[in-house]
Structures are given as structure tokens and as C-alpha cells.
Design a protein. Structure first.
Length: 253
């Protein structure tokens, strides 16, 4: 039996593989899924980065909270012609990001660390276990300071490094916006929604958020959350969406 959710907007680029769980959800639940990022990311130039007077080689560990940060960190190092030593350690908020690192470096247990459940608290605990490292944290020009505030409590040595900027990906006036569900993955996505649609009224539209900061931004913007991920039961957004749709089907059944 079909569910009330007929059309869903995922505020991310369309998956490059046909094996994405989103396509399985489309077929299984008869939902139309559109992929349309609310934000786009632009790299800083090497000149802009140098103005921060940060030397990557002064640090013994790098902290990643998003795949975007991974890509921009390594591309910036390449542009600066910085050869990262084999001794560099990497602390990732999730196993997904740790695995993604294999795109740039060899995966070794003593070199790559990741939180057990994708939550910021777990990443912080992991860093606290290695207090002698000097941490570099690649971030966007717009970022939350939750991680840094936690590190300050233990006097962990760290430096944030802005390596990319997040800008709103504006909608055209003739673009339709007739969705039953919107999925967000960053606070910037929430900000872009409000910028593109200043008169936005949620009404019956369902909102899903990935990550604590995204959820917090949504609530602060006056939105009601229907889906939150990750959770122990739903470690990914697709798992959380499927759980929601299944419950809706069960109600109707």
C-alpha cells in the first residue's frame, strides 16, 4: 500500500552508483526522490589558505567530521605541494569517513581512528584518549564550534583550518518546490532553505536531519523534526527514512 509521502527532496548530489539505497526506497515505497543540494562547497585558493599562517606539517593528527573535509584537505595539500608523512594520524567521526580515507591513504589501525556510532561525543572521547597529539581540524568557513569547545575542556592542542567555503545553492523562480519530505545533512542546508524560501511554512512537510548540529539548526529555525539520524537503530539517513516509511505503511495496513 502506498504511503502519504509521494515526493522527497534529498539535499545532496545524486548518487553516482545505481546501487544507492535511495533507489531501493523509490521502488519499494513508490516514492519519487529528487536530489538537489541546498548548498555548494567551493575550495579556498592556496593563497587564501596561506593567509591563515597554518603549516600542515606542524600537526601530528587530522580530525575529519565530513567527507567534504577529507577531499578539501588532501586537495589543498596537493596544491601546496605538502607531502603528508606516514606518521600522520587521522581521527574520524564515523567508520564511513574512515573508510573513505582509503581514497587518499592506506588504511592502518594505528593510523586511522573512528567513533563507534557516528556521534560527536564518541569522537571527542577518542581524541581524549590521545591527548599528546597536535590536532588540525579542516572546516568550512561556516561551522559549529561544539567539537572545539569540548577539546578546550581538556586543553587539547588543536587548530581549525578553513579549507573550503559553503555557499547557498539558490533555487530558480520557476523551480517547483512541492515536496512531502525534505532531508538535510548540515546546518548550512537549513540556512539555505530559509534564504531561498523566507516565507517557508512547514505545514505537513516532513523534515529529516542527519547529525546533531543539523537537527539543532532545524529546531532553532522553528521546524518540527520527523526523522533524526544517526541512531543505533538507524545509522544512516536511508535506514532512518525506510524505518519512517515502513511505520507509515504499517499504520495504513
Amino acid at each position: 500500500m502506498a504511503v502519504k509521502i509521494k515526493k522527497m527532496l534529498v539535499s545532496q548530489p545524486q548518487p553516482s552508483t545505481p546501487k544507492s539505497p535511495y533507489f531501493d526506497i523509490e521502488k519499494k515505497y513508490g516514492v519519487q526522490i529528487d536530489f538537489r543540494p541546498f548548498i555548494k562547497v567551493e575550495p579556498l585558493t592556496a593563497k587564501e589558505f596561506r593567509q591563515q599562517r597554518i603549516s600542515v606539517l606542524d600537526y601530528t593528527a587530522v580530525v575529519f567530521t565530513a567527507r567534504t573535509a577529507v577531499d578539501h584537505f588532501f586537495s589543498m595539500c596537493e596544491e601546496l605541494r605538502v607531502t603528508i608523512p606516514e606518521t600522520m594520524k587521522y581521527f574520524c567521526i564515523s567508520e564511513t569517513i574512515a573508510v573513505y580515507l582509503q581514497k587518499y591513504t592506506i588504511f592502518r589501525k594505528r593510523k586511522i581512528f573512528f567513533g563507534a556510532n557516528g556521534l560527536m561525543e564518541e569522537l571527542v572521547k577518542l581524541i581524549f584518549k590521545h591527548p599528546k597529539e597536535k590536532y588540525l581540524i579542516p572546516v568550512s568557513d561556516v561551522h559549529k564550534d561544539d567539537l572545539m569547545l569540548s577539546l578546550n575542556t581538556k586543553k587539547i592542542k588543536y587548530q581549525t583550518a578553513i579549507m573550503y567555503r559553503t555557499v547557498s545553492n539558490n533555487f530558480m523562480p520557476d523551480e517547483k518546490f512541492d515536496y512531502d519530505m525534505l532531508l538535510f545533512f548540515s546546518p548550512s542546508g537549513i540556512s539555505s532553505l530559509m534564504k531561498n524560501f523566507p516565507e517557508f511554512k512547514q505545514n505537513g512537510i516532513k523534515i529529516g536531519c542527519f547529525g546533531q548540529n543539523t537537527a539543532k539548526a532545524a529546531v532553532e529555525a522553528g521546524l518540527k523534526l520527523d526523522i533524526e539520524a544517526p541512531t543505533p537503530e538507524a545509522p544512516s539517513m536511508t535506514a532512518a527514512v525506510e524505518q519512517y516509511l515502513k511505520k507509515e505503511m504499517d499504520k495504513k495496513g
